[in-house]
Design a protein around this ligand. Structure first.
Ligand SMILES: [Ca+2]
Ligand SMILES: [Ca+2]
Ligand SMILES: [Ca+2]
Length: 355
């Protein structure tokens, strides 16, 4: 009886695919700008493994960003660019250009650099020709690391980065062109390498990465489909094949014929509760974030890691084979109508505009 009751609870709490994947009317949720954290709040919410030290002498955010963005003449810029390309050739080649890299350091025969991609900051390592990337779990919404680090970033078993607490300043009308302003300068951020590189289930992703995005740090195969997290293109959910997963697969951002299977640190992140969307078999690595902010991980709550989104499906009231669905990019929205005919989807753009 007790179990039956529990079962009933589980059933009544979870929404059906019908509710999670389909909408009746246009969703008119108004986006509310969230208040940026204060320095105090960033400190209160910092991960346990991070130590923050206030420095007396430091390079300010302003100074660092002015020098970083300082544009000399075109020729000099080109020389600088070529020099950087040459300096980071090893990292770019070995990591297949999945990161932009800075502050390279050699420790013994091991090479390190600070990497950045759309998910956030990473420590990259090349050791005996083997590569590893460790996610820092520090949001670019709150943390800024100086482009020019005056001291080595690896020091006595710690990763040490100088920088500031920052907030994102949205540029009105230009989504994706966020700017930063410093809240508090002169910080030293310290993480013990042992904590950073910890990979409890030895699947290739450090614990911090798995916890930041809702993967299981104690299980190589989070969704139990037989493919380990590192090599699973859709590591959070088991893939299925039905007409609606096919529709979502067709609407995914297309990166052509480029083989991204081995780009294990390159992810597209989608905010969706729709089971059909969760069940896709993509051509590159994907992660999903729950629509309910309360169910998000601490990292995703404060970090905008999603560049594209695909809405819920709207039905045509008169024709059960016609559906409507919207796809959002960083600066555009496309409205599709989709007809399911002879076992295939026919997509038509029903209008679209640039924001
Ligand atoms: Ca792991
Ligand atoms: Ca895992
Ligand atoms: Ca798996």
């Amino acid at each position: 009886m007790k179990y039956l009751f529990l079962l009933f609870l589980i059933f009544s709490c979870s929404k059906t695919s019908e509710e999670n994947c389909f909408i009746e009317k246009e969703d008119k949720t108004v986006y509310e700008e969230e208040k940026p954290f204060t320095a105090q709040q960033i400190l209160e919410n910092k991960p346990d493994y991070l130590e923050v030290i206030s420095l007396k002498k430091f390079r300010s955010f302003r100074q660092d960003s002015i020098e970083r963005n300082y544009f000399e003449d075109e020729k000099l810029e080109e020389i600088k660019w070529e020099k950087k390309k040459e300096e980071y050739k090893d990292f770019n080649e070995k990591f297949d250009d999945q990161f932009s890299c800075s502050n390279k350091q050699l420790v013994g025969t091991t090479q390190y650099c600070l990497g950045r991609n759309n998910l956030g900051y990473w420590l990259l390592k090349i050791e005996n020709n083997k590569t590893n990337a460790y996610f820092l779990g520090l949001s670019f919404s709150h943390y800024y690391f100086n482009e020019i680090q005056k001291k080595p970033i690896i020091n006595k078993g710690f990763l040490e980065l100088e920088g500031s607490f920052v907030k994102i300043v949205k540029v009105a009308g230009l989504p994706g062109y966020d700017d930063y302003s410093a809240i508090e300068d002169g910080k030293l951020f310290k993480i013990k390498l042992e904590n950073l590189t910890k990979d409890s289930d030895r699947d290739g992703y450090n614990d911090i990465f798995e916890k930041s995005f809702g993967l299981n740090p104690n299980n190589k195969d989070t969704d139990g489909d037989g493919m380990d997290d590192f090599n699973d293109l859709n590591p959070m959910f088991k893939s299925e094949n039905n007409k609606f997963t096919q529709l979502y697969e067709m609407l995914l951002p297309d990166y052509g014929s480029e083989n991204l299977r081995n780009n294990n640190y390159y992810f597209e992140v989608f905010i969706s509760d729709c089971d059909y969307f969760h069940q896709i078999s993509p051509k590159y690595h994907v992660l999903f974030v729950p629509e309910d902010l309360k169910l998000n991980t601490n990292y995703v709550k404060i970090t905008d890691v999603s560049r594209h989104s695909i809405d819920k499906i709207r039905k045509n009231k008169n024709n059960p084979n016609i559906f409507y669905i919207k796809v959002w990019g960083t600066s555009s929205m496309t409205d599709y109508s989709a007809e399911y005919k002879d076992g295939k989807w026919i997509l038509e753009i029903g209008g679209g505009y640039i924001i």
